[in-house]
Design a protein around this ligand. Structure first.
Ligand code: PGA
Length: 260
């Protein structure tokens, strides 16, 4: 794992965008895994400015997002479909037919049969097949939850897990409540790539900023590989880059860290 600590959020974001841009220049039809949340917003802003000012071309890039809330329609301003359009897609020359964000609406499905509902199961299998059809994800952008989750793979998620429906933990619901009117409005379920799905990406780019991520980063980088910290699975990946700002890196032992 390469851990690079940056002076601040903006420097981290510039580096993240630079890594992605270099991969797109090398392979114009890059298969790019994308994440939502507040962390990657700066990277997306930088990618937009690279598109506008340096002609970074997304016309052949294929994207797959990590996750989507269950029960929010794509036009809901807290859905991840909306987030991606608003924070990236509307400002770059991506071909809409190359964009993949997991479906979040499945009609009337009983919570008790979520995990076996054929519509959900079939969608999850299709999503995995679609990634394979494009040759797999070349580079996957990741955030990290304060509890060590990646995508919506909460602590306890199997390291071999695949795309499926997951229940959000109370911590994640509380963390995400800032985006909703009340905590009650936060969806309780999400469709998410599994840890095993994420680990098949050829390269991983995990971003973390702020002191609230320091414990999770310490556990992910220096802790044991354990399902209780899904991000610790990155230790088993051949090509994982972790970019942080200084506050997120305060708990790391100095020998693991490079300064960017
Ligand atoms: P954040 O979320 O970027 O909003 O902190 C990260 C995550 O929960 O994966």
């Amino acid at each position: 794992m390469l851990v690079v600590v940056h002076e601040n959020y903006d420097a981290m974001s510039r580096k993240g965008a630079e890594v992605i841009a270099s991969r797109i220049r090398r392979k114009p039809n890059l298969v790019l895994g994308l994440a939502t949340g507040s962390t990657p917003v700066g990277v997306y802003k930088e990618l937009i400015s690279l598109h506008r000012n340096e002609g970074l071309d997304f016309s052949k890039v294929v994207t797959f997002n990590l996750d989507e809330y269950v029960g929010l329609p794509p036009e809901h301003d807290q859905s991840y479909h909306y987030f991606m359009k608003d924070n990236l897609f509307k400002d770059i020359n991506i071909n809409p037919s190359n964009v993949h964000v997991p479906q979040g609406m499945f009609g009337d499905v009983k919570i008790s049969s979520f995990e076996t509902d054929p519509k959900i199961v079939q969608f999850c299998e299709w999503y995995e097949d679609e990634m394979k059809k494009y040759g797999g994800i070349d580079i996957q952008v990741l955030g990290i939850g304060g509890n060590g989750h990646i995508a919506f793979n909460e602590p306890g998620s199997s390291i071999g897990s695949r795309t499926r429906i997951k229940t959000l933990t109370e911590k994640t619901v509380a963390d995400n409540a800032r985006f909703f009117k009340t905590a009650n409005d936060v969806p309780r379920y999400a469709i998410t790539m599994g840890v095993g799905t994420i680990m098949e990406a050829k390269e991983l780019l995990l971003l973390a900023n702020g002191a609230g991520k320091a414990d999770a980063i310490k556990a992910a980088v220096e802790g044991p590989v354990t399902a209780m910290c899904p991000a610790s699975a990155l230790q088993l990946h051949r090509k994982a880059i972790i970019l942080t700002d200084k506050p997120a890196a305060t708990k790391l032992s100095a020998e693991f860290v490079t300064y960017g």
